[in-house]
Design a protein around this ligand. Sequence first.
Ligand SMILES: [Fe+2]
Length: 321
Amino acid sequence: MQGAAAVGALTALFVFLVPLLLLFRHMRREAAALRLETVRLTEEPDALRLVQISDVHLKLLRVPMPQIVPLLREAAPDVVILTGDYIDSPAEMDRFVEWLGALIDFAIPAPPASPAPPVPTTSAAPLAPVTSAAPPAFAPATDTASPLFLLCFGNHDHRAFDRDPARAKAFLKRIKRLGVVVMEDRTLSFWHGGKLYAATGFKDAGQFPYDARAAFRGLPKAVRYHIGFSHNPDRALDLARERADRPPELFLCGHFHGGQIWMPFHFEYNCLRKEKLCRMGMRRGLHSFGGRLVYISRGLGCVLFPLRLGSKPEITLFLIR
Ligand SMILES: [Fe+2]
């Protein structure tokens, strides 16, 4: 009898534990399986190349920088937009600033291993300048070939500094010192290929009311294309209440992590989340809503567990007319 019980126990172990361990291993691998997604909104050869990076969640990030850099070089962006959720506590501030600095340096080739290889005749990633030679007064103060970096914050970032606003100010200062433009209810216009573009960053819909007057201040009357971005997709509901002809034409956001860990019957969206857009069926990827395109990134990192299922981390390249 004892022998039969042991065989039973071993069988149960094999039937339940082994698949569970395999699933766990798969989910850990998926959390590191970064993909470069491309959203082609034009076929024009001189398109504006815009990269979105969302939901970094540095604490449980399974995608290391050496995996991100080659994809960024492949994307060769003119503009990089980060759409929130970087840290969970002020203690992660230093690490994030360091991470952001490394991200900005993506176009800088790694130092040669010794002995030094011959100097290449072509650059690995020639990046187009964002501003024209003579930008107007409202254009950003960038005059180099480096991409323009724009950033807004997410619910996790705001919560991290809830009890320590003084450190929030220091965090902002350090981000700005890297040359990144913080876009919280702010519009910025820039030149690319002789055409004027505009970007508007909105504060997180989960924490702040919609403030169109502040957000659109300084928006030029005629721009080639207008990009909006925020962390929480529900900001698109506020934009949809604007007149249909009101910009932006494309709205970028994240927050949902594409579900991060797949659940049947959209359980997370229907029962665990209070956001409206996901209940309306807009959970990831490109949608047409409120007279504009809305893109919801699956993000880069993880919350709660360093695991993903059915939702690979992404960096997204948009080709814009
Ligand atoms: Fe997030």
